[in-house]
Ligand binder design. Structure first.
Ligand code: ASP
Ligand code: MG
Length: 424
């Protein structure tokens, strides 16, 4: 017998039939004797609809600027999860499974005061644990908690993944199963490379890189939390027949396990290829080469909430001037250029060149730590396809390469095959 947290995303609870199907997944686990807590999202599209209502109400009431109170935003958007938690509890009860819904405040899930993007501070899992011990399933509304102001607070879009991992940590679950509309984590995006393979296991660190780079299976914060608390997190499909053979296999269910690297016996050098679209490159020429210059450039960009990613600085030719290149999201390019225009005279640089519509392709694998030549392999493979590299950054477990947008798919496929990730 084990303790499992099962999380179901919006597409998995999109309508009454699907909620029934979710209940069958839950019943399978309780029938097997496991203690279960479930975390649910809102029905797919619901949160968007609620956010839309908030915005149009603010626009109608005010002077055309969609300003609204973040506490009321939370009161409204948290309601989607309240509905699905109640519906699932009813579905379970009708199947003879003892179940009870829980809103964030009832558990309670304590958060900070950052309404709309709150962080979980702690969860008191004792009452849920006690009830699970009596065979009752706790159906927890994801995405929400209660702030120090005693008001409902939501965790930011996609936040019910984080709720699930946090609940799993709080009740010391043996596993946190994230049921979604894909059946696991792949070596790359299967829409670009049909030969992509589902990974049986991936380490927390690698998954963090994949998620940060746009593999949208999990909210990035949930992966951070899983890594910190070592929550074995399992990504699997809710669309599989709940009672198909192997679905309830505790040791080897179908999907991808995100776990500590020590648990991964057969380590590959490269685990996956990720990509992030819509990057923009900004190059500053003849930047004064003296202390404080980087702070003078990147400080104001950070204050403007612009997320700077790759930063490359050249050695200066004459000891007084250097070149600097960095990337920002394409959508922030104009804002970034405006910020730079303001600091240009005080910091001192000459020409700004910029280009949007670029793509960052990344090679990820913890095996890189102990293998040489991984980067060289990528560069050679891309060169053979005539793909020009604009910038490169590396970390211990990642090589990121900035290229022109139209080459994105070719680059992903090329790298996927050169590291032997293609399906046999
Ligand atoms: N329903 C929320 C959203 O759409 C939270 C979640 O689904 O994870 O962002
Ligand atoms: Mg989600």
């Amino acid at each position: 017998m084990a303790r499992i947290v099962m999380k179901f995303g919006g597409t998995s609870v999109a309508d009454i039939d699907r909620i029934h199907n979710v209940a069958r997944h839950v019943k399978r686990e309780t029938d097997a004797g496991h203690e279960v807590a479930v975390v649910v999202s809102a029905m797919s599209g619901k949160t968007n609809e609620l956010v839309g209502w908030v915005q149009s109400m603010a626009r109608t009431a005010g002077s055309g600027t969609p300003f609204y109170d973040a506490r009321e935003y939370d009161a409204i958007v948290a309601s989607g999860e309240q509905v699905t938690s109640g519906l699932l509890a009813i579905a379970l009860q009708s199947m003879g499974v003892d179940a009870r819904s829980w809103q964030g405040w009832q558990i309670p899930v304590h958060t900070d005061n950052a309404h709309g993007a709150a962080r979980i501070l702690d969860i008191d899992g004792s009452e849920i644990v006690r009830r699970m011990g009596t065979g009752q399933v706790a159906v927890v509304a994801g995405f929400q908690g209660i702030g120090p102001d005693n008001r409902v607070a939501t965790l930011g879009r996609g936040g019910s993944d984080t709720s699930a991992v946090a609940v799993a940590a709080a009740v010391k679950a043996d596993r946190c199963d994230i049921y979604t509309d894909v059946d696991g984590v792949y070596t790359t995006d299967p829409r670009i490379e049909p030969r992509a393979r589902r990974l049986p296991k991936i380490s927390f660190e690698e998954m963090l890189e994949m998620a940060s780079l746009g593999a949208k299976v999990l909210q990035v914060r949930s992966v951070e939390l899983a890594m910190v608390h070592k929550v074995r997190t399992f990504v699997r499909s809710s669309f599989d027949d709940p009672d198909a053979p192997g679905m309830g296999d505790f040791e080897n269910p179908p999907g991808t396990l995100i776990c500590d690297e020590d648990e991964i016996v057969e380590q590959q050098v490269v685990t996956g290829i990720a990509y992030a679209k819509d990057e923009a490159q900004i190059s500053l020429r003849r930047v004064a080469d003296r202390p404080g210059v980087s702070a003078g450039i990147f400080g104001p960009l950070a204050e403007a909430n612009i997320n700077v990613d790759m930063i490359v600085q050249n050695i200066s030719e004459d000891g007084s001037r250097t070149d600097m290149t960095f990337t920002v999201p394409s959508g922030d390019l104009d804002k970034a250029l405006a910020v730079l225009a303001k600091v240009r005279d005080t910091v001192g640089f000459d020409v700004v060149q910029s280009e949007a519509g670029l793509v960052k392709v990344s090679v990820i694998g913890i095996g890189m730590r102990s293998h040489a030549g991984v980067a060289a392999t990528a560069f050679k493979a891309l060169a053979e396809k005539g793909i020009n590299i604009r910038a490169i950054t590396t970390s211990e477990i990642k090589i990121s390469i900035l290229i022109d947008g139209p080459y994105a798919e070719l680059a992903v496929r090329t790298l996927h095959s050169v590291y032997g990730l293609d399906k046999q």
